[in-house]
Design a protein around this ligand. Structure first.
Ligand SMILES: [Zn+2]
Length: 424
């Protein structure tokens, strides 16, 4: 594919994550984020500054969430939602007060039940990923180190990322869920697979575990698909930049990586001019958005930036890094999304690949009530049902950031006319 001339084309990936900075505003042992979140009491979540811009309170119900994706399933294609998880994923324990806790999985399960779709959602048990398949992404030394650390009872990898005795086994299941879903979707078992696992994955680079992530689950699945000749688009809607996934596929022309994220924010990579390198130039798309960006801005970016690039790329499979920490209630970020926005985003993203070739992966999401609502709203989109606990949001900042990304990826010119983005 033709690569926009102004994309950065360095062997050293530009704007790489700053590992000297911790994951956002979580403080070990603070205990924040627990307690009443499931009951909707978010009072303990302290946002550190509004960081500018509206949070889109003006947004009204738009009902634009009717799913073209689900509609396709009535034409003889496989239907339904297959959710893969494993009990071991509840046992990975990063320590007291850590926001990436087992209750998150319970919240997702609760959301799928509260969407009144529980009978339409099929749950399957994730097998452990074969070591050979993990090692297509991560070096053997990293796999060995994780096992040793778990065998020793656990320990910290960095200030954010801690291993417990069950973490290696949990991580193997988390990596295996997507691989198993490929086989199940190949057999026609569902239109959409959803890997509801932890630890999450998108911050893990090939060689570095960070940002709560041990193995890069979505990358392991994408690698398996690409290795059999598929063209894979990964759309990452977690509020943080998917630096690990970007890094793993930065030079790869067969995997298109698209990330929507708050910028500048942890892990401080994901500038719009990080576009891939070598043969992969043009197959990394970063939609960096400011604090307060609403669903309206996300959808505009999807329509004007992402869809033209995806069309050009012509993927055969779609993987979605579905983190829900862009919800306005999330304690770790400052984006302005609602569960209705996530439903609309997923409805717009799913048609990028046919039914039976779509897998979502749970990434972040640290407010349990918001996580539950988002999971239910997204499941309802997949199943073409009506559960929608919150309206979409609109207004707010970010239009110039969308235009910047459009100029880079769609027009492929006009360097020097971009608005200056804040640097960290
Ligand atoms: Zn995140």
């Amino acid at each position: 594919m033709g690569a926009p001339a102004e994309c950065v084309n360095d062997d050293v990936h530009p704007g790489g994550p700053d590992r000297s900075k911790s994951f956002l505003r979580w403080e070990p042992g603070s205990g924040s984020g627990y307690g009443g979140a499931m009951s909707g009491d978010n009072s303990e979540h302290q946002k550190s500054g509004s960081a500018g811009g509206s949070t889109g309170e003006s947004g009204g119900e738009t009902n634009r969430g009717s799913s073209g994706a689900a509609a396709e399933t009535s034409k003889g294609s496989p239907g339904g939602l297959l959710v893969s998880t494993h009990d071991l994923c509840w046992l990975h324990d990063p320590g007291p007060g850590h926001p990436e806790r087992a209750d998150r999985l319970t919240a997702v399960r609760h959301g799928l039940q509260s969407s009144e779709l529980s009978e339409a959602v099929e749950w399957v048990e994730a097998p452990a990923a074969g070591r050979d398949l993990i090692e297509r992404v991560h070096p053997a030394a990293l796999v060995d180190r994780l096992q040793r650390l778990s065998d020793a009872g656990g320990g910290a990898i960095d200030p954010d990322t801690t291993v417990s005795a069950d973490s290696a086994a949990a991580a193997a299941r988390a990596a295996g869920a997507g691989l198993d879903l490929i086989e199940r979707l190949d057999r026609g078992e569902a239109a959409v697979g959803w890997s509801v696992v932890r630890p999450p994955g998108h911050h893990a680079t090939a060689k570095t575990q960070m940002g709560f992530c041990l193995y890069n689950n979505v990358a392991v699945t994408a690698r398996a698909l690409a290795d059999r000749g598929e063209r894979v688009v990964i759309v990452d809607i977690d509020a943080h930049h998917g630096n690990g996934t970007q890094d793993i596929f930065y030079d790869d022309p067969d995997v298109l990586f698209v990330s929507f994220h708050q910028y500048p924010w942890y892990p401080y990579s994901g500038r719009p001019d990080e576009c891939g390198s070598g043969e992969g130039l043009g197959t990394t798309v970063n939609v960096a958005l400011p604090a307060g960006a609403t669903g309206e801005v996300f959808l505009r970016a999807l329509d004007t930036v992402v869809k033209p690039v995806v069309e050009r790329f012509a993927p055969t499979w779609l993987l979605v890094s579905a983190g829900f920490d862009g919800h306005r209630s999330d304690p770790l970020t400052d984006l302005g999304l609602t569960s209705g926005d996530y439903a609309d985003l997923v409805a717009a993203i799913l048609p990028m690949a046919p039914p039976g070739k779509r897998i979502m992966f749970l990434e972040g999401g640290y407010d349990l009530k918001a996580l539950s609502d988002c999971a239910g709203a997204v499941a309802a989109v997949v199943l073409d049902a009506g559960f929608r606990p919150e309206p979409a949001s609109s207004g707010g900042p970010g239009e110039e950031y969308v235009e910047l990304a459009r100029q880079i990826h769609v027009e492929g010119g006009a360097r020097g006319t971009y608005p200056e983005l804040p640097r960290t």
